[in-house]
Design a protein around this ligand. Structure first.
Ligand code: ARG
Length: 465
């Protein structure tokens, strides 16, 4: 044991120790120690694999597994042990601890393997767990949107495009739009987890393993459903942040809607006190900080994705030390998304919608103009002409300063003799909503069906986990 100059994982061909600043610069233990439980699981599987190819005896494996148990237990109970460690990274930490426990037997475990595949394996195991956690948090948020959608099936609102009132829709339909976007995020997460679900162990540093280890058995031991198909690809690949930045972008859009809705101009919502803050100066203020911060923190997730992209751009195939930069971005984005989803769920659940304000905005005949054009279409007028005629009706209503439904029959018949008395009765906001009865439309029945479908989908996913 003592023929080694120090306990580094490398160094035989070096005359000098690393420069102090550089040594701290390259150290990753402060953040990759989060991989410790995964690394220990991989070590256990690797010890058993080495026994199968005769590198470790049964006794050595038993000793190694027992030592790993002890390390896991101490790491859990004694955080200072980790904080004070001089280890270069999590891989080094465990080897040092193993050697302290077992002497030179501890040096056998790294036979035939590389930190490059270890870190890639830990990364994938982390992603699989992280994706499951995030899926659960996303489901909770979708459930809170579904609850509000069910509670607001009778509330019309002014649907907008270009931030201009366009056509009436149900508030439930609006809430379900967000629920659908977040459901796609679950699918993206599941895809990310499925592509992470392949075990790199046996890839070595880049070329594969020179010992005839059973890669499939290691993969199964670790709960992976398969092994990675190419050793070079296995040590280069880093995905997942895509899925998180998709979620954050959707949360930011949801946030922007609620910041606007909480403004005095809209006054569509009363935000829960628990998710709002006041002003140190202006006593009347109730600010939508939860939503503003959700919108703001999205920047960090996007930044994490871009940071990793920028790192990856220009990297050649295979392991490069640049890849060590993946972890801080990933951990920060994951932790941030969990908090963001929790806050969004609470804020949605506690929001009260002001039906009076929403209905008042929706109940404006100008928003029924498309349906008014359809009135002519039903009488055989080509749509473009109908559009034009209704445009003229609206111009006249603007000129007279009253809604088009209050024009006289004479006024509108001057524009087209096809208008009859029933035209001026106009449709009600309920009619206009009810006639969008296509699947995916805003009619109450369509929205009810969409709610039922989504509930079923979530229940199915929840059963699987
Ligand atoms: N700490 C490295 C990482 O996070 C893994 C170690 C690989 N080091 C090496 N010199 N090949 O990517």
């Amino acid at each position: 044991m003592s023929e080694r100059k120090d306990d580094r994982l490398w160094g035989g061909r070096f005359d000098k120790a690393p420069d102090e600043l550089f040594d701290a610069f390259q150290n990753s233990f402060a953040f990759d120690c989060r991989f410790l439980p995964y690394e220990i699981a991989v070590d256990r599987a690797w010890a058993r694999a080495l026994q199968r190819v005769g590198i470790l005896t049964e006794t050595e494996v038993k000793q190694t597994l027992a030592a790993l148990d002890k390390i896991a237990e101490r790491a859990e109970r004694d955080p200072l042990w980790l904080a004070d460690s001089a280890a270069e990274d999590v891989h080094h930490f465990i080897e040092k601890a193993l050697v302290e426990e077992l002497g030179p037997i501890g040096w056998k475990l790294h036979t035939g393997r590389s930190r490059n595949e270890l870190v890639a394996t830990d990364f994938r195991l982390f992603i699989i767990d992280a994706a499951a956690e995030t899926q659960e948090a996303l489901s909770a948020l979708i459930h809170s949107l579904l609850l509000q959608a069910k509670a607001n099936l009778k509330t019309p609102m002014a649907g907008m495009t270009h931030m201009q009132h366009a056509q009436p829709i149900l508030l439930s339909h609006f809430l379900m739009a967000h629920a659908q976007a977040l459901t796609r995020d679950i699918t993206r997460l599941q895809n990310a987890a499925a592509s992470a679900d392949a075990c790199p162990m046996g890839s070595g540093a880049l070329a594969g393993c020179a010992f005839a280890i059973d890669r499939d058995a290691i993969a199964r031991d670790l709960g992976f459903s398969r092994m990675t198909p190419n050793s070079l690809d296995a040590v280069s690949d880093r995905d997942f942040l895509f899925a998180l930045s998709g979620i954050a972008t959707h949360l930011s859009r949801l946030a922007e809607d609620f910041v606007l809705f909480a403004s005095q101009e809209f006054s569509y919502v009363i935000l829960p006190d628990e998710y709002s803050t006041g002003s140190s100066l202006m006593p009347q203020k109730k600010n939508p900080d939860s939503w503003e911060l959700l919108r703001g923190k999205t920047g960090r997730i996007t930044a994490a994705l871009f940071a990793l992209f920028t790192t990856l751009k220009g990297l050649p195939t295979s392991y490069q030390r640049d890849l060590q930069e993946d972890k801080e971005a990933l951990f920060a984005a994951h932790d941030q998304i969990e908090d963001m989803l929790g806050v969004a769920t609470g804020a949605i659940t506690g929001t009260r919608f002001r039906e009076d304000r929403l209905r008042a905005a929706a109940n404006n005949p100008a928003l029924f103009a498309t349906d008014a054009a359809d009135y002519l279409v039903h009488r055989g007028v080509p749509f473009r002409q109908a559009h034009d005629l209704i445009g003229k009706v609206l111009k006249e209503s603007e000129r007279q300063g009253k809604p088009w439904t209050q024009l006289s029959l004479e006024d509108v018949q001057k524009i087209s003799p096809l208008f009859e008395k029933d035209f001026l009765e106009g449709p009600s906001v309920e009619d206009v909503i009810a006639n969008k009865a296509v699947p995916g439309g805003t009619a109450t029945e369509s929205v009810r069906a969409a709610i039922a479908q989504l509930e079923q989908k979530l229940a199915q996913w929840e059963k699987q986990t």
